[in-house]
Design a protein. Structure first.
Length: 170
């Protein structure tokens, strides 16, 4: 593959997929600056591996795995964590959703209440629409772990999201 062809293919992929990659990174980490860093890390690694990855045809899977692994590495290194943005800064950066702002805020607070592993599983399963096996492969864990993490996460989300509704009604 010639360098011009390689660069053109890579540029086309980035142009088409960058917004979705950013949204994935943001959902996983909850910080707009860290999300940008995660996407940049993933795209730098993708560029180096582009000929191999494109030959296999699993570009999205490769980039998702890099984003998730980079985030989990960051979570495991508390000395490297940056001060998180305030809630208002986060809401300013989030794309407009078809739900009311207070519902978006409640959903985001519920997602932040999940462990990093549970949040990643929810994002991969329900935002990316990956199967249990695809999620397990991406995270290098067993399908049973994906199922239990998903079940626990959804139960925690249901509980967190029902509580504000009960408070508002009652």
């Amino acid at each position: 593959m010639k360098r011009d062809e390689r660069d053109a293919g890579f540029a086309a992929y980035v142009t088409a997929r960058r917004p979705r990659l950013y949204r994935t990174a943001f959902l996983v980490c909850g910080d707009p600056h860290e999300a940008e860093d995660l996407v940049q890390t993933a795209l730098a690694k993708l560029y180096v591996a582009w000929p191999r990855v494109i030959a296999v045809g699993q570009v999205d899977a490769y980039v998702r795995k890099v984003i998730v692994n980079a985030h989990l590495d960051e979570v495991r290194r508390p000395h490297r964590r940056r001060e998180r943005s305030t809630r208002d800064e986060l809401l300013d950066r989030v794309a407009q959703a078809p739900v009311a702002l207070e519902e978006t805020d409640e959903l985001w607070q519920a997602l932040r209440g999940l462990s990093p592993g549970q949040r990643v599983v929810v994002v991969l399963r329900h935002y990316w629409g990956l199967s249990v096996n695809e999620t397990a492969e991406t995270l290098s864990i067993s399908p049973g772990t994906v199922k239990s993490q998903t079940s626990d996460a959804l139960e925690r989300l249901r509980s967190a999201l029902e509580q504000p509704l009960l408070t508002k009604r009652g």
